[in-house]
Design a protein around this ligand. Structure first.
Ligand code: SAH
Length: 215
């Protein structure tokens, strides 16, 4: 793969940023990250012409790279500060991972498909995005040995809210998770105390399903 980022790509990214801004994304740091990251390099070359449309796209293993607006929406909810410890469930293409790293987060990410895990592990450092840890495993369990986290972001549709994800948040930490089968409601949990969580529902989305652990 030739890793090229050309002026035409930058131009297309500026347009993409204008599009997602018009759809309501306000966080300048998030918009800047999207302006910088060469999304076309995270996609199969056959789809390169579509990389800067505000749409999800197929990647390997029947998965998708999330729609930029959705990535921005979820990231905005996390309110990432530099050096925050963030756990991502569903590494996929690594694009969301890169957005979090661009914001200065220390990123831990779990992917359940071996093929995608292997690809992301090789690819991300090549484009200058080095996560703290990429793990091949089951996101329903979170990452106990690295917990607690300032934020956890789930990038697949969860049929229910896995308990370990709530318990691996710091007090004040946030879980952003699309919940539901078929379609999902974007849900934000803020941990207020040991057993106290604030819950906000933030609109309808459609994700590939979060898969149960392989039997
Ligand atoms: N963040 C990714 C989105 C990929 S789509 C991106 O920006 O490209 C959702 C991803 O979640 C897929 O890669 C899928 O394989 C992964 N996934 C699904 N169920 C999972 C689980 N139980 N644990 C970890 N990852 C999972």
């Amino acid at each position: 793969m030739i890793l090229k980022d050309l002026p035409k790509h930058k131009g297309l990214r500026n347009q993409l940023v204008a599009t997602i801004k018009a759809k309501g994304i306000k966080d300048e740091a998030v918009l800047d990250a999207i302006k910088k990251i060469p999304r076309h390099l995270f996609m199969d070359s056959s789809f390169i012409d579509f990389a800067y449309q505000d749409k999800p796209f197929p990647i390997a293993a029947d998965q998708t790279i999330s729609q930029p607006y959705t990535v921005a929406f979820q990231t905005e909810l996390l309110k990432v500060k530099p050096n925050d410890k963030i756990l991502e469930i569903g590494t996929g293409s690594g694009y969301q991972t890169a957005v979090l790293i661009e914001l200065g987060a220390e990123v831990y990410s779990i992917e359940r498909q071996k093929e995608l895990f292997t690809l992301a592990k090789k690819f991300l450092p090549k484009v200058g995005y080095v996560p703290k840890k990429l793990a091949f495993g089951d996101g329903y369990l979170g990452m106990l040995d690295a917990a607690p986290f300032d934020g956890i972001i789930v990038t697949a549709g969860a049929p229910y809210v896995p308990k370990p994800l709530l318990s691996q948040l710091k007090i004040g930490g946030k879980l952003v998770i699309p919940v539901g089968e078929g379609a999902q409601v974007m849900t934000l949990f803020i941990r207020k105390g040991e057993t106290k969580f604030e819950k906000h529902k933030l609109g309808d989305f459609r994700f590939v399903p979060m898969l149960k652990e392989k039997e």
